[in-house]
Ligand binder design. Structure first.
Ligand code: FES
Ligand code: FES
Length: 159
């Protein structure tokens, strides 16, 4: 076992991990943060997406030992004091959540985008969620939700 220190959703955390454990496994099974979802476990579906030092990353592909000292954001950190993040609210308002399995990963890809670019074009939104698969929504409502969230954050007009 190896001890690593992380900052998860603003809190410093120390955890002992095996070298072959993925970040997804550590989040879900050791830290009980089950928002990031296991889907393909091969980097193809985006259900396990978290933000590492500002970048949306598939946590199933990252060994936990590689994130020593890094800042991790998960879907559990999006709402603050019970108030939903604009992205969460917009996903609800736009009907962008159906079965919900893809939603945490979608939200984290969208947050990483809006943290860097508060006025994304539709193409930029499509690119940001290009590695996130959704079997339910057809993506239009998700794109609309991200546009709406950007507007709620005071940045862009939603047509
Ligand atoms: S479970 Fe990680 S990309 Fe599918
Ligand atoms: S809402 Fe079901 S997979 Fe996206």
């Amino acid at each position: 076992m190896e001890k690593i220190e992380l900052n998860i959703n603003g809190e410093d955390v120390t955890v002992e991990v095996e070298r072959n454990w993925t970040l997804l496994y550590v989040l879900r099974e050791i830290l009980n943060l089950t928002g990031a979802k296991p889907g393909c476990n091969t980097g193809d579906c985006g259900a396990c997406k978290v933000i590492i030092d500002g970048e949306a990353v598939n946590s199933c592909l990252v060994h936990a030992v590689r994130v020593q000292g890094k800042a991790i954001e998960t879907v559990e950190g999006l709402s603050i004091n019970g108030k939903l993040h604009p992205l969460q609210q917009a996903f609800i308002d736009c009907g962008a959540v159906q079965c919900g399995y893809c939603t945490p990963g979608m939200l984290m890809s969208a947050k990483a985008l809006l943290d860097k670019n508060r006025t994304p074009s539709e193409d930029e939104i499509r690119e940001a969620i290009g590695n996130n698969l959704c079997r339910c929504t057809g993506y239009y409502k998700i794109i609309e939700a991200i546009q709406r969230a950007a507007k709620m954050m005071g940045e862009v007009k939603v047509e």
